[in-house]
Design a protein around this ligand. Structure first.
Ligand code: BG6
Length: 469
């Protein structure tokens, strides 16, 4: 059985900083990521996949690969280049070209307003810790809405508020590299407020289409069903999912999460009544869910909070740790497979997660990212990425199972359209359906998974090897 909608979106996704390159061309100013990676002398996205100059070829390959949607983000520092709000026409022109190329190729543009590349001029003034950044974001959103109204019908306000804020302010592996619970709470709150304010502006401007948010969805499961495990799962669900999804979909910040933050000594006086009111009133039309893995949770036992992310791949395999003092610990399932970067491969979590999100929010859902990072040698002809084919097959199968049980899923986006820069992991962690040879002129070559995905998209999922759960 295949009950996917006939207008199901079969797409792939990228993000501006990770693929565009051209970091200082045509009036673009420095982003927080440019600044941080340059300062730290780390591998950066100065050139990345050079999509800025090669988008026409990249989008043509999407069409040739049977895809009908492209999720990309708009680089804020390409559009608004200073604090006074100066608009860079060349930046807008670039995205008009990208959207035109999409339309000419029968590809639906699926636009993310913010995929982490905050202008450095705002970061310098406190970034997401500063309430003024919310207003600057709304001005940026308004500029983009007005400019592209009628050209785009699927919009999202933010990509993964939790991942960017927790990594930037608690774990410290992303800019601005902080380790501070109070800052994490303020930054997260401001991003969710900015999202609500942009939704409000979208509606008041009567922009055509729908607006959603993209979340790093991490469905929570327990190692067992003891009461203390259920309590730990609730803490984990609040920390990982609910402060984004409940807020965006229902305008509610979980009360028990606020209590748990207060117990940790977090001062919540930054939550102003008029802003809470804006959050309460402005909900998204749909949910974008990025799915890489679930979180398997066990009760907290002892020790300090410990959060580490493996950004070194096989050199650091097994070092990822998530323990939040007093709340929960994340467990490793000995029967599961994990990538070299410690991401569990667990397709069933997507099925469970979609059903859970559907029953909680009853909003249309798109799987806005799903993919596997791998070391791949792209110099020896077509990459035979059977691992990606089987990974995608099993996750699309999970979506089909969820759809059969009533979940309203409207699209799937492979991460990523082509190889690109993987944040702190550099370019050697490859996700693309198309190989990019970074060492040899950025030549593009479709991988086996690209050909396979074409048959899936063209058959609307009929060629998926099905396993009914
Ligand atoms: C998501 C992001 O968190 O996961 C992407 O939206 C990112 O930007 C992707 O690249 C994969 O993560 P990573 O760290 O392996 O690049």
């Amino acid at each position: 059985m295949n009950n996917l909608r006939r207008d199901f979106l079969w797409g792939s996704a990228t993000a501006s900083y990770q693929c565009e390159g051209a970091w200082n061309e045509d009036g673009k100013v420095e982003s927080m990521w440019d600044h941080y990676l340059h300062e730290e002398h780390l591998e950066n996205g100065d050139v990345a996949s050079d999509h800025y100059h090669r988008f026409a070829e990249d989008i043509r390959m999407m069409k040739e690969g049977g895809q009908n949607a492209y999720r990309f983000s708009i680089s804020w520092p390409r559009i608004i280049t200073d604090e006074s709000g100066h608009v860079n026409q060349k930046g807008l022109d670039f995205y008009h070209e990208v959207i035109r190329a999409c339309r000419e190729n029968g590809i639906e543009p699926f636009v993310t307003l913010y995929h982490w590349d905050l202008p450095q001029y705002l970061q310098k003034d406190g970034g997401w810790l500063n309430r003024a950044t919310c207003d600057a974001y709304v001005r940026f959103a308004e500029t983009v809405f007005r400019e592209f109204n009628g050209e785009v019908s699927c919009w999202t306000t933010f990509n993964e508020p939790r991942w960017t804020i927790v990594n930037g302010y608690l774990i410290g592996n992303y800019p601005p590299g902080m380790h501070d619970g109070q800052m994490t709470a303020i930054g997260g709150y401001h991003i969710m407020l900015a999202s609500a304010l942009a939704v409000e502006r979208f509606r008041s401007m009567k922009i055509s289409g729908n607006i959603g948010i993209v979340h790093s969805y991490t469905p929570v499961e327990g190692v067992d069903s003891r009461p203390e495990t259920l309590t730990a799962m609730r803490y984990a669900d609040n920390f990982m999912n609910n402060w984004i999804l409940d807020v965006a979909a229902k305008g509610e910040i979980p009360e028990d999460f606020l209590e748990a933050l207060k117990d940790k000594g977090i001062d919540l006086s930054f939550m102003k009544p008029e802003d809470l009111d804006a959050i309460r009133r402005n909900h998204v039309d749909f949910l974008g869910l990025n799915y890489y893995a679930r979180a398997l949770i066990k009760p907290y036992t002892s020790g300090e909070t410990e959060l580490t992310v493996n950004n070194k791949g096989k050199a650091a395999k097994g070092t990822t740790t998530t323990i939040i003092k007093g709340w929960f610990e994340q467990a490793r399932d000995p029967s599961s497979r994990y990538t070299e970067w410690d991401t569990e491969i667990y397709p069933r979590g997507l099925y469970e997660g979609l059903l859970k999100a559907w029953s909680r929010y009853h909003l249309p859902m798109y799987v806005t990212e799903n993919g596997i990072g791998y070391y791949e040698d792209v110099s020896q002809g077509e990459v035979q990425d059977d691992w990606r084919v089987s990974f995608m097959n099993d996750h699309i199968n999970a979506i089909m199972n969820a759809a059969e049980e009533g979940a309203d899923v409207r699209g799937y986006f492979a991460w990523s359209s082509f190889d690109l820069y993987s944040w702190k992991n550099g370019c050697e962690k490859r996700y693309g359906l198309v190989a990019v040879d970074f060492a040899h002129g950025l030549k593009r070559t479709p991988k086996k998974s690209w050909h396979w995905y074409k048959t899936v998209a063209e058959s609307n999922g009929d060629t998926i090897a099905r396993e009914k759960y």
